[in-house]
Design a binder for this molecule. Sequence first.
Ligand SMILES: Cc1ncc(COP(=O)(O)O)c(C=O)c1O
Length: 435
Amino acid sequence: MKDDSNKRFFGTLPQKELLKLYAKHVNAPKVRFFKSFGLGLIPGKRRGVKFNMLEGLKPSDPPFELYNCHTCGGVYNLGHGYPKIVQVLKDALDSGLDIGDHLQLSEWRAILGKRLAELMPPEITKTTFGVSGGEAVDTAIKFSRAYTKRKKCISAIGGYHGHTGFALATGDSDFKENFLWNLSDFNQVPFGDIDALKKNLSKDVACVILETIPATGGVLIAQEGYFSEVRELCDDFDAMMIIDEVQTGLGRTGHFWAIYGGLYDHEKVIPDFMVLGKGLSAGVYPLSSCSYKPFIEKAVFKDDPFIHISTTGGSDLGCVVAYEMLNIQSKPEFLKHVREMGKLFGKGLEEIKDDNPNLIRDTRGRGLMWGLEFTSETLGQLAMLSIIKEGVLQNYCGNKKDTLIIMPPLIVTKEEIDEIIIRIGEGVKKLKQLI
Ligand SMILES: Cc1ncc(COP(=O)(O)O)c(C=O)c1O
């Protein structure tokens, strides 16, 4: 990608100065962390499946180019600057659309709500919008409590649903302890272990919340039947089932929803709540959603329709962008492309694993969401760096550091998959020289 001379948005100041500003006014430990990597430091120009670092480590180095296989957990499902998305946002701004007013009704929330209902698993027809994934998770837990009049929530050990409020309370202690946020009503069980869930369920549990494929937890694939049994158990105890598809939804698995055919073709589970974020933004306008079955509405809004509000959640501009994105990503040929590219990608990773049995223990995934598990946490972290040096951005899973999570943009081509696999293979080969 060529850097042009337009410095209005990229390279406004030399990197050295920007780093000083970031450390002084935003977050000094984060600057130190990235400096210790010995790699490019600040993302610059971006287009399609790739982006450039603003500068090399030294200003004399050429800008470092990376394939974006992190995609911010699915924010960049359509890559960077997808023309139809950029155009619809420009058009909407040009025609005078803005954020809108959260206290009033909204044309675009109505239109997007209907589109989501058409695409959701059956029975999930209502949506409350937010800005971030964490906000949408908070909403689902809040509404579960209002409906069941119970407080308890069960989540998965190693799962991740956000950094604030109820969402934070569902997570591992590492994220919570510093903030004195170990709430006694929130309990965790091992992911995929139906007996553990059964033991912890009772008639005072409001909800069970799970990612369909825990991402931060290590790209874990539950056995077939697990989610059907979770559904049955929730029914037995009148608890709400919340599914977080912030990373796995919108076509990531080659099916529109992981919970509804994306994990196993024939297993189509219908939760009570479905939560989305990240990719709903199409990478350009933040939006999240908490969709649910209609019987829940009355328990939340009956006495006061303004009891749950979000000033910029469900902004008109965000809804326009998401509507365009849904129309692109729900097309059968788009999903077929994800399945085909996913097969190639999975095969490539499997070959890398077979060539390196002492380093790599497992590879697993669905569609274009893959985990590559190394034989130790140290190796996982070193592998991330080694593969970034080969020009492929990915990361180790925060709660399972032996595993890299690799999520190419869904628009990736066969040629790009081939190139990415070569580079990952090269990164793993160089890892051998490091140990
Ligand atoms: C599965 C999952 N749920 C929820 C969230 C929270 O989203 P946000 O960071 O937009 O609050 C994340 C963020 O990484 C996530 O991966």
